[in-house]
Design a protein around this ligand. Structure first.
Ligand SMILES: *[C@@H]1O[C@H](CO)[C@@H](O)[C@H](O)[C@H]1NC(C)=O
Ligand SMILES: *[C@@H]1O[C@H](CO)[C@@H](O)[C@H](O)[C@H]1NC(C)=O
Ligand SMILES: *[C@@H]1O[C@H](CO)[C@@H](O)[C@H](O)[C@H]1NC(C)=O
Ligand SMILES: *[C@@H]1O[C@H](CO)[C@@H](O)[C@H](O)[C@H]1NC(C)=O
Ligand SMILES: *[C@@H]1O[C@H](CO)[C@@H](O)[C@H](O)[C@H]1NC(C)=O
Ligand SMILES: *[C@@H]1O[C@H](CO)[C@@H](O)[C@H](O)[C@H]1NC(C)=O
Ligand SMILES: *[C@@H]1O[C@H](CO)[C@@H](O)[C@H](O)[C@H]1NC(C)=O
Ligand SMILES: *[C@@H]1O[C@H](CO)[C@@H](O)[C@H](O)[C@H]1NC(C)=O
Ligand SMILES: *[C@@H]1O[C@H](CO)[C@@H](O)[C@H](O)[C@H]1NC(C)=O
Ligand SMILES: *[C@@H]1O[C@H](CO)[C@@H](O)[C@H](O)[C@H]1NC(C)=O
Ligand SMILES: *[C@@H]1O[C@H](CO)[C@@H](O)[C@H](O)[C@H]1NC(C)=O
Ligand SMILES: *[C@@H]1O[C@H](CO)[C@@H](O)[C@H](O)[C@H]1NC(C)=O
Length: 379
């Protein structure tokens, strides 16, 4: 993806004898008339898109846009937000529909504005084949599928998709909407929410609520230093490790100690904890949900790959009497997000087709996403 200079512009117009301009390509598709209308009233965005080369545009169909228009017309009329949102629909590179496989790809987009993302090189979209359809995952595992592929134009190709992508939200919004409320509360209690949120490029292993519940008896006895150390032991700064990049290795966490990543038959373990939902995209990185709270005093804990339920990495821990730790004062989501509810594992792929394991169940409702959008749009 690069800005055309005058010279390449001239070359492009020669080449366009065989290939349509962006506006012609979009204009020729009846299923993109809503997008065409939206772009028609935003010449700045058309100019931005027309100046990019070697891109793939994921173009929301009329159905996709109209379903948003009726409820959330406001967000699409904010030109700065719309530019960011559409930039997130532009992949860096020309990816015909045949590029995708059962292994996820995490493809950088043209969304680089720091108001919306602190992922170096551009916020990503997860792309993979799912039941033979090319499927894209954005914020909170919300998905969109190609309905019409490979509409070529001078700058690359366009796929019509059946749903809008959602820009990944910040840490608090993401944990809250994913019902990872104990993790959210623990980070907040440790007073680390701002420092983690403001860091560029993070990888966070977020224990689900059951994992925190399982060590309820221990939580009350933690000093604030202990808690900071434990929370920091779940955060890797300076690199965004999507599931496809996790392999047998160690990663150094914010508390200075290493965690051990083990991959067995496509299932990822962190020390002895299992990743139950990988790759929830964040404005500044990625969250992987795990089924145990990691214990920096038990860094040598190893996975039990045949276990059917999670144990705790804290010796003698048991469920406390005060409910799920750290959740008092944390707002619980109203939409159901199956990823984070019970023991986990339900979201796990039973196939060995890579590490992706996207959720099989529907993700959060649109309300959570557009709640996030409203925050962005008001910036
Ligand atoms: C697109 O990706 C390539 C690497 O594949 C990189 O060199 C280039 O800078 C990227 N373009 C933009 C606009 O980020
Ligand atoms: C980034 O987004 C903000 C808010 O939407 C906008 O005001 C600003 O102009 C954008 N910056 C760039 C470089 O596009
Ligand atoms: C197009 O972009 C992709 C991804 O950034 C890159 O690998 C490829 O080399 C680029 N191709 C051209 C012709 O620039
Ligand atoms: C890719 O698009 C072609 C039509 O251009 C279609 O025949 C094929 O089934 C598509 N493949 C996938 C995986 O969607
Ligand atoms: C990205 O980081 C900058 C500080 O470097 C901060 O001002 C901005 O709010 C962050 N953006 C997001 C989406 O968190
Ligand atoms: C996936 O493809 C099948 C046919 O191959 C189709 O019936 C189904 O509706 C598609 N799913 C989506 C979400 O488009
Ligand atoms: C777009 O170009 C690709 C690669 O050359 C080709 O496979 C595909 O058939 C083209 N799409 C259409 C609709 O002609
Ligand atoms: C990773 O480690 C596990 C456990 O030791 C082992 O079963 C697996 O084969 C290793 N994977 C690779 C690619 O070496
Ligand atoms: C962490 O792992 C790295 C190698 O990945 C190693 O160099 C370093 O010494 C380890 N640190 C600790 C505290 O064990
Ligand atoms: C990995 O999967 C293969 C085939 O499904 C199975 O035979 C093997 O026991 C599995 N290994 C582990 C460590 O679970
Ligand atoms: C959130 O998790 C709690 C367990 O901590 C569960 O009781 C609740 O039903 C979940 N909420 C949603 C909306 O899934
Ligand atoms: C995509 O989301 C819908 C709900 O919006 C859900 O029914 C479907 O299972 C999801 N598809 C995948 C592959 O996650």
């Amino acid at each position: 993806m690069q800005y055309k200079n005058i010279f390449t512009l001239a070359l492009a117009s020669v080449a366009s004898a065989q290939s349509a301009s962006l506006t012609d390509a979009i204009g020729s598709q009846g299923a993109l008339s809503s997008l065409a209308a939206l772009l028609g009233s935003n010449s700045e965005i058309i100019n931005m898109l027309s100046n990019l080369q070697n891109i793939t545009i994921l173009a929301p169909s009329n159905d996709a846009l109209d379903s948003v228009n009726s409820d959330n017309i406001g967000m699409l009329t904010n030109s700065a937000y719309l530019q960011a949102l559409l930039s997130y629909h532009v992949l860096n590179g020309t990816y015909y529909n045949t590029t995708f496989s059962n292994e996820s790809m995490f493809i950088p987009t043209a969304l680089m504005n720091e108001t919306y993302t602190n992922v170096t090189g551009g916020q990503v979209v997860e792309a993979r084949l799912y039941d033979n359809n090319v499927t894209f995952f954005s914020a909170l595992k919300e998905n969109a599928t190609i309905v019409t592929p490979n509409l070529n134009f001078t700058g690359g190709t366009i796929h019509i998709i059946n749903s809008l992508l959602a820009i990944p939200q910040n840490l608090s919004e993401t944990l809250s909407n994913a019902n990872l409320t104990a993790a959210e509360g623990a980070i907040s209690t440790a007073d680390l929410t701002n420092s983690v949120s403001e860091t560029h490029d993070v990888t966070i292993f977020a224990p689900n609520n059951d994992a925190f519940n399982a060590i309820g008896s221990v939580v009350g006895n933690l000093s604030s230093d202990d808690l900071s150390s434990i929370v920091g032991y779940h955060v890797v700064n300076g690199s965004v490790a999507y599931s496809t990049q996790l392999e047998n290795s160690t990663l150094t966490t914010v508390n200075g100690q290493n965690i051990t990543i083990t991959v067995v038959n496509g299932t990822v373990y962190v020390n002895s904890a299992k990743v139950t939902v990988p790759d929830i995209l964040l404005s500044n990185g990625v969250v992987h949900v795990i089924d145990q709270v990691l214990n920096p005093d038990n860094a040598s804990a190893t996975p039990n790959v045949t276990a059917t339920s999670a144990t705790a990495a804290f010796t003698d821990a048991s469920t406390g009497t005060a409910g799920v730790p750290f959740t008092s004062g944390v707002t619980t989501p109203t939409t159901t997000y199956p990823a984070a509810t019970s023991a986990g594992g339900s979201a796990e792929s039973s196939s060995s087709s890579g590490l992706a394991m996207p959720m099989k169940t529907g993700a959060v409702g649109a309300a959570a996403l557009f709640g996030g959008a409203a925050i962005f749009a008001s910036l």
